[in-house]
Design a protein around this ligand. Structure first.
Ligand code: KDG
Ligand code: MG
Length: 402
């Protein structure tokens, strides 16, 4: 099956998405997500200028060889732009292979290991009362796991808190919005949020929290310890992970489960974290960490060390990524949980899909491939809108980790 034509489709139905469409001589096409939030057009250029020309005429079935030639053949390995481009090609090729086999991708990977994919939703509010109410509304919708984020008194633009009644969408300004960070205010506040949540909803609901890289390892260890009575499912991105050894320091101080990896793009970003069992969940995703081919390698390494998957699934990852992730999740032996932030109605219309949600679990559906399509005519009605993610400064003006 020969690759005949490849398109990069940029659309912004409420937020920007980059989609790769690979067409073959047999009429089968595949879609891959190439969205890198706030840096979308750099991936478009990487694909159009450097990747597409070398793929035309290649055998679409040779996924492994194409992966290796894009990874090794560029000489410049890894990095979010390169790996997002490789991921998009890889996912589109797996979509094609599964369509050619006339089976949903999860069947091609080895079949279902479970009946449904446990997902967690995003609850947030300007204060504890609002966040508690938001968690309640997820429980009412059937969710078994909910991430809770709250505005912190005295901290302008706390991470994870929506504006007004809108869902939280961090990349909402042309130039980076400046937010403020106070570790002291945060550490003084957060235990009370989870204490209130446990008092209100009991112990059965799984609760998650994203620190979004803001703490030092020592502070993260202290927070994990303070949260132990509230039995979190995980504490996410508690400290930056460029230095993987930082997690050893956190691990020594707390038994609160640790999740990390949404910004990782390679197995080399998490090898030490996994081999040393410093983390419990790996969050690297199909869209940024090399597609199905590379994530399979990461998940297999993790399985050896009882580290489970917990893929990133924010709204800046398109439905194409979501559909592929759900196929992967249904199969992967060491599955933990999948993040699920509902896309807008406009996004769902541009990307018709077969995945469904019921009673806290999702299923990718039985459509051959990953089960997600694109309405190109509709997509063309939503032109690209330049948007960047915020930055965070300490109260004295020092630039911090957002
Ligand atoms: O593009 C950045 C977002 O995807 C990120 O801020 C969301 O941390 C996030 C999460 O856990 O979904
Ligand atoms: Mg996160």
């Amino acid at each position: 099956m020969i690759i005949k034509n490849i398109k990069v489709i940029v659309t912004s139905p409420g937020r920007n998405f980059v989609t790769l469409k690979i067409e073959t001589d047999q009429g089968i096409y595949g879609l891959g997500d190439a969205t890198l939030n706030g840096r979308e057009l750099s991936v478009v250029s990487y694909l159009e200028d450097h990747v597409i020309p070398v793929l035309i005429g290649r055998d679409a079935h040779r996924i492994q060889d194409i992966w290796a030639s894009l990874y090794k053949g560029a000489y410049w390995r890894r990095g979010p732009v390169t790996m997002s481009a490789i991921s998009a090609v890889d996912v589109a090729l797996w979509d094609i292979k599964a369509k050619a086999a006339n089976m949903p991708l999860y069947q091609l990977l080895g079949g279902a290991s479970r009946d449904g994919v446990l997902v967690y939703g995003h609850a947030n509010g300007a204060n504890i009362a609002e966040t508690v109410a938001a968690v309640g509304s997820y429980i009412d919708q059937g969710y078994k796991a909910v991430r809770a984020q709250s505005g912190i008194p005295g901290v302008k633009g706390s991470y994870g808190v929506g504006k007004g009644t809108d869902h939280y969408e961090p990349a909402d300004s042309t130039l980076p919005e400046e937010t403020v960070w106070s570790t002291t205010a945060y550490l003084n506040f957060i235990p009370e949020l989870f204490e209130t949540l446990r008092k209100t909803y009991g112990n059965e609901i799984e609760l998650l929290h994203d620190v979004h890289h803001r703490l030092t390892p020592n502070e993260a260890g202290a927070l994990g310890k303070a949260l132990e009575p509230y039995r979190l499912f995980w504490m996410e991105d508690c400290t930056p992970a460029e230095n993987q050894d930082a997690f050893r320091l956190v691990r020594e101080k707390t038994v609160t489960p640790l999740a990390v990896g949404e910004v990782f793009n390679s197995i080399h970003d998490c090898r030490r974290l996994i081999e040393n069992q410093w983390i419990d969940y790996i969050r690297a995703t199909l869209v940024h960490a090399g597609g199905v081919t590379h994530l399979r390698q990461i998940a297999s390494l993790a399985e050896l060390y009882q580290v489970r998957t917990g893929f990133h699934g924010a709204t800046d990852l398109s439905p194409v990524c979501m559909g592929t992730a759900l196929n992967f999740d249904l199969w992967v032996p060491n599955f933990g949980i999948q993040e699920y932030m509902k896309h807008s109605a406009a996004t769902d219309e541009v990307f018709p899909h077969s995945y469904t949600f019921k009673d806290g679990y999702m299923h990718p559906g039985e459509t051959p491939g990953h089960g997600v399509d694109i309405d190109e005519e509709l997509a063309a009605k939503y032109p690209y809108e330049p948007k960047q993610l915020p930055i965070a400064r300490l109260t004295d003006g020092t630039l911090w980790n957002w």
